[in-house]
Write a protein that binds this ligand. Structure first.
Ligand code: UGA
Length: 434
């Protein structure tokens, strides 16, 4: 089948590459000429484990192509995916200008029945708006389908190729058949394609992300309680997570969620609720609690050093908002570094993938190091921001001699508290005894 994907961001590239891998002919379209040139030269602009391999193979086999021309790119396509950005506007609602702009252009360009798929995370009612915009110029029949994505950065290929479920929002039998056919290779293990009306599909995406963000925030709150009453959040997590109604995943307390999705989607859902005069209070609490959680270790650091951080140097392990990505959007590391710098401290840091991106923000205000021990060398304390596997089992002998003090502030609970006590560390973590 011939497919077009408009937008070569994270979602567009994963979607395009994976559908080429399942045997379709995919053309990815983007207005950014430089980016398209790079893609044509097999240069992958994002870091996602395993993606480059599939990307190169499918380009080589002629199943994956790139263009800046919408009219060229959609020629012969049975399905057109819209994988365009929906950045938050000033009021927190998703800005639809990119999606609706392309929808406007699409109408006159369609020359046979086509399924247009909203892949971007869009508020309820967007499919309707996309349909209206296409309709203005359309000479042929078409359907607009909502098909939200549930990819996690870092494990996106697995999430795409073996989805827990595929959600398709449409009331058109014709579109449903085409989408079923497209997704058939990915649901062979019996995972469902759930077909529903388009508004429910649009809301499903926001509900899923907001629920997960709430789940994490709830555990962060439990962690804060644990500290006050002397309980251990890891034990509570195991205790509650084994209840199949709650589930084991996304219960890890930490220094707040980040990334390009949870913060944006929670905010957008709260805003959508407001528009229909509904006060989705729980989401307001989630947002403000997540912000305060990001500052948690800073408070402890300040207390430890009696409020005076000037002249102190901190090692920061991890910058990305989570492991296996170079993405630093809304990463807790950024606010922590800013706070420490503002308090007069110096920073030495190491991250396996995200340092280039952070250089664009802090430049030479902070020192970027070649590895985790180099970052720790001569510093007053270690701050852990991302749970990269390489940080989980460090050579403590090497770390001891690098650090000035055996002092760790761990935002990801990487180590066993008893082991750290045996090793002679003052070890601050989240929701556990110091
Ligand atoms: C999230 C969703 O998990 C995907 O299903 C969705 O498709 C995607 O957003 C999106 O809307 O595009 P992602 O942002 O890549 O995926 O990252 P997650 O793995 O969900 O992590 C989000 C944040 O939650 C990270 O900062 C992570 O550290 C934090 N987190 C996660 C916790 O603090 N505790 C946990 O137990 C799990």
């Amino acid at each position: 089948m011939k497919i077009a994907v408009v937008g070569t961001g994270y979602v567009g590239l994963v979607t395009g590459t994976c559908f080429a891998e399942t045997g379709n002919h995919v053309t990815c379209i983007d207005i950014d000429k430089k980016k398209v040139e790079k893609l044509k030269n097999k240069i992958m602009p994002i870091y996602e484990p395993g993606l480059d391999l599939l990307f190169e193979r499918n380009i080589k086999q002629g199943r994956l192509e790139f263009t800046t021309s919408l009219s060229e790119g959609i020629k012969g396509a049975k399905i057109i995916f819209l994988a365009l950005p929906t950045p938050p506007g000033e009021d927190g609602s998703a800005d639809l200008k990119y999606i609706l702009g392309v929808a406007n252009e699409l109408g006159p360009l369609l020359d046979e029945y086509t399924v247009i798929v909203d892949k971007s995370t869009v508020p309820v009612g967007t499919a309707e708006k996309v349909r209206a915009n296409i309709q203005k110029g359309a000479k042929v029949e078409f359907d607009v389908v909502s098909n939200p994505e549930f990819l996690r950065e870092g494990v996106a290929l697995d999430d795409f190729m073996k989805p827990d479920r595929v959600v398709i929002g449409t009331s058109s039998e014709r579109a449903k058949k085409i989408m079923d056919n497209l997704y058939a290779p990915l649901v062979r293990q019996g995972n469902p394609i759930i077909v529903m009306d388009e508004k429910s599909a649009e809301l499903t995406k926001y509900a899923a992300n907001s629920f997960l963000a709430t789940k994490i925030t709830f555990m962060n709150e439990i962690a804060n309680m644990c500290e006050l009453v002397g309980a251990d959040v890891d034990m509570v997590r195991k205790g509650v997570g084994t209840d199949s109604r709650i589930g084991k995943r996304f219960l890890f307390a930490g220094i707040g969620y980040g990334g390009s999705c949870f913060p944006k989607d929670v905010q957008a859902l709260a805003k959508s609720a407001k528009e229909v005069n509904y006060d989705f209070e729980i989401l307001t609490a989630v947002m403000s609690k997540n912000e305060s959680q990001k500052m948690k270790l800073i408070d402890r650091i300040k207390t430890h050093f009696n409020g005076d951080l000037s002249g102190k140097t901190f090692a920061v392990w991890g910058l990305a908002f989570k492991p296996y990505t170079d993405d630093i959007r809304e990463a807790p590391s950024l606010v922590n570094i800013k706070e420490l710098l503002a308090a007069g401290a110096k920073i030495k840091t190491y991250d396996p993938e995200a340092m280039e991106n952070v250089k664009e923000i802090f430049g030479n205000e902070i020192e970027f190091c070649k590895d985790e021990y180099d970052a720790a060398q001569g510093t007053d304390a270690l701050l852990i921001m991302t749970e990269w596997p390489v940080f989980r089992t460090p050579d403590f002998g090497k770390l001891d001699s690098a650090l000035k003090n055996k002092l760790i502030f761990d935002g990801r609970n990487l180590y066993n508290t008893e082991t750290m006590a045996e090793l002679g560390y003052t070890y601050h973590s989240i929701g556990r005894a110091t």
